[in-house]
Design a protein around this ligand. Structure first.
Ligand SMILES: NC(=O)c1ccc[n+]([C@@H]2O[C@H](COP(=O)([O-])OP(=O)(O)OC[C@H]3O[C@@H](n4cnc5c(N)ncnc54)[C@H](OP(=O)(O)O)[C@@H]3O)[C@@H](O)[C@H]2O)c1
Length: 272
């Protein structure tokens, strides 16, 4: 890779923030983008890091910011589509706004950033597009129907994009973490209130309890940052990268067993 320049979305916290720091310490020039630049904190002081305001749900801002960062850095070799959050709760309880916002941020936001960058990368015949998927992009998990939908969409989109950008020397990657210890489970989480039905309320409580336990074994964001870096510098065409141990365990069981058995295991461990 000739240029060591990277643009990261959702850099104000969690995996995004850690990844900015990781690349900066490796000597890269980093465009750290976030929707609220007052949350940049110590990232501002890292050598080679420039902060940009970017809300992935605002198409004009995406186009302007990508072009500005491209000009400032004299090209962007790697883009990391990290901005995203999880909506948790029963689908019946979700309103239209919650449904649209989840898909708009996690899926359409990623598409907007790629659309703005692709002609520039194609012209240079160099680029790596790294999309944050999730374990939830590979298997349906209870109360994550909207989040699951957004990450499955990322998976299908990225698998297909691989073919058409390959002739231009543009690589695509999927990062599929299991649980990671970030604000995903706190400030960023959007809870859907269950409809007033005893079964929905019971499922919501049991599943919330299960996720709280899973969270105790969550990986550190640095584990994901390291994997993202590996995916960025690799010369291979490998599509999928899985940071953290939990995703390996879940995916192993998911692939090994018939789906009905896997679903039974999830029902038993979540007690639903
Ligand atoms: N944590 C996990 O267990 C886990 C597992 C698998 C995959 N992931 C994925 O990893 C990515 C990062 O999540 P995280 O765990 O680091 O959570 P996080 O700490 O909550 O970080 C999420 C980041 O996304 C940003 N964001 C949200 N909406 C945005 C928008 N419209 N425009 C621009 N930025 C926006 C947030 O910005 P604000 O600070 O402004 O809110 C924040 O910087 C997400 O795509 C998530 O789905 C996480």
């Amino acid at each position: 890779m000739k240029r060591k320049t990277v643009l990261i979305t959702g850099a104000s916290s969690g995996i995004g923030k850690e990844t900015v720091s990781y690349f900066a310490h490796k000597g890269w020039k980093v465009a750290a983008t976030m929707r609220d630049t007052s949350r940049a904190g110590q990232l501002k002081d890292l050598p080679g890091v420039a902060i940009y305001r970017l809300d992935v749900t605002q198409p004009h801002i995406v186009d302007e910011t990508i072009q500005k960062a491209w000009d400032d850095l004299d090209g962007i070799a790697v883009v990391i589509n990290n901005a995203g959050y999880g909506t948790l709760g029963t689908f019946e309880g979700a309103n239209d706004d919650q449904i649209i916002r989840q898909i708009d941020t996690n899926f359409l936001g990623t598409l907007r950033v790629i659309k703005a960058l692709l002609p520039l990368m194609r012209e240079r015949r160099e680029g790596t597009i790294i999309n944050l998927s999730s374990m939830a992009g590979r298997m349906g998990l209870p109360l994550y129907s909207l989040y699951n939908a957004s990450k499955y969409a990322i998976e299908g989109f990225t698998e297909s994009l691989y073919f058409e950008v390959r002739p231009f020397n543009i690589k695509v990657r999927l990062i599929e973490p299991g649980p990671v210890c970030t604000e995903f489970y706190g400030r960023s989480k959007e809870d859907i209130m269950p409809p007033d039905h005893e079964k929905y309320i019971a499922i919501s409580q049991k599943v919330a309890h299960f996720y709280n336990i899973t969270f105790k074994y969550a990986s550190a964001p640095k584990v994901v940052a390291k994997t993202i870096f590996k995916a960025a510098v690799s010369k291979r065409r490998k599509l999928r990268y899985k940071p953290g141990f939990q995703v390996h365990v879940y995916l192993f069981i998911y692939r090994l067993l018939p789906l009905s058995w896997f679903q039974k295991i999830i029902r038993v461990i979540t007690n639903i």
